[in-house]
Design a protein around this ligand. Structure first.
Ligand SMILES: Cc1cc2nc3c(=O)[nH]c(=O)nc-3n(C[C@H](O)[C@H](O)[C@H](O)COP(=O)(O)OP(=O)(O)OC[C@H]3O[C@@H](n4cnc5c(N)ncnc54)[C@H](O)[C@@H]3O)c2cc1C
Length: 336
């Protein structure tokens, strides 16, 4: 066997919610399959949950060779400590080369816990993954106004998180089969952190990920009132409302509204960015938008180089005026 044939498997942590595999996991498996082919190694997936045996087949169809299945009532909901414990002890035994985890609420917590226990590095919110000439994983993130790659040349596994929507859903080959390895799970687990109840937040606006129109507001909104105007415009256009990081930092809206490298990926027909500068960390989240428009009071704002249409205006006057015009147009149409 050649030296390059001997690397450990690639792992994907498959996230399930209420017994259903999440899209992000299939997207990661699709990418991991390509990486595994390049490294000439196997692709293995860890699936933890309760009564989830029937969820194994989609993992094989997406490209997995082997599934480590922890199927027990204790694992029904994500529990950080027991999930970490299971992954770490299995990694100690199986020595994976690469571990990929989704940048979801759970994944953002689980990945650093696992990396710390395995004494290895972790690159969060990658927007691409490639293998270099030394067979090392290059973990690409936006930084310093461009893209940079981070590597973990010595410690293993090489670990990365990736957001939903960065990689496409893979072709599903339903005839594909693989091996299932059942994991032993403690019947009782007295962790310090337990999920007692899951309360779903009511979705009040159009979901960002599936919206045809996305309006994103930035720091240029100025204050809560300016932000509210942008939110009103989104409502008027039946659009989903997104934002940049400063808007979250100011507390005008929640983190779930943020678009970009460490937020959500969107792919609308129309994206309108208002009062934002066009930093790559934000715009990376809208690369799949069909038509892009920016509103900024500074004609030299970098965002204008990235969009199809630019409007040089102060959003505090432009946004209310646009809402007024849209409403007037609709009234005229109704009256006609
Ligand atoms: C590791 C890392 C991850 C990150 N991840 C993300 C991410 O996922 N998403 C994200 O958004 N950011 C992210 N960031 C932050 C990102 O780098 C930028 O700081 C952020 O996107 C800038 O937000 P902004 O454009 O709203 O603010 P600014 O850069 O401050 O731009 C404000 C813009 O508003 C304009 N403006 C001001 N007043 C008005 C007005 N009255 N009318 C019209 N225009 C006006 C200004 O001309 C300016 O162009 C990340 C950063 C790091 C380091």
């Amino acid at each position: 066997m050649k030296k390059e044939d001997t690397c450990g498997p690639i792992w994907v942590f498959a996230e399930q919610e209420e017994g259903r595999i999440q899209d992000i996991s299939l997207q990661l498996i699709g990418k991991a399959r390509a990486l595994a082919n390049e490294l000439n190694t196997t692709l293995e997936v860890i699936l933890l949950g309760d009564r989830i045996k029937d969820q194994v087949q989609p993992l094989f169809a997406a490209g997995t060779d082997r599934v480590y299945l922890g199927d027990a009532p204790t694992l029904s909901w994500y529990q950080p400590e027991i999930y970490t414990e299971i992954i770490v002890s299995l990694a100690d035994e199986k020595k994976p080369e690469i571990v990929l985890i989704g940048s979801t609420h759970a994944g953002r917590e689980l990945a650093p816990m696992v990396a710390a226990r395995l004494k290895t590095g972790l690159t969060a919110h990658c927007i691409d993954l490639t293998i270099n000439e030394n067979r090392i994983l290059e973990q690409w993130i936006p930084a310093y106004g461009g893209l940079i790659s981070i590597t973990c040349p010595k410690n293993r596994p090489q670990m990365a998180t990736v957001a939903r929507g960065v990689f496409p859903r893979p072709h599903m080959d339903e005839s594909r089969q693989g091996e299932v390895v059942l994991l032993e799970v403690p019947a009782e687990f007295e962790g310090r952190i337990q999920t007692l109840q899951v309360v779903r937040r009511k979705q009040e606006t159009v979901p960002l990920e599936s919206a045809a129109i996305v309006i994103a507001g930035g720091a240029g909104a100025g204050n809560e009132e300016g932000w509210r105007q942008i939110a009103d415009l989104a409502q008027t256009l039946h659009a989903a409302l997104g934002c940049t990081r400063p808007v979250v930092d100011e507390g005008w809206t929640g983190h779930e509204t943020m678009i970009g490298q460490s937020g959500k990926m969107v792919s609308p027909e129309l994206y309108i960015g208002i009062g934002l500068s066009g930093e790559l960390q934000h715009l990376i989240g809208v690369v799949n938008a069909k038509v892009m428009v920016a509103v900024n009071k500074d004609a030299r704002a970098p965002v204008f180089e990235q969009v199809d249409y630019g409007i040089v205006e102060d959003c505090r006057t432009f946004v209310p005026l646009l809402i007024e015009k849209i409403n007037a147009y609709r009234s005229r149409r109704k009256g006609a």
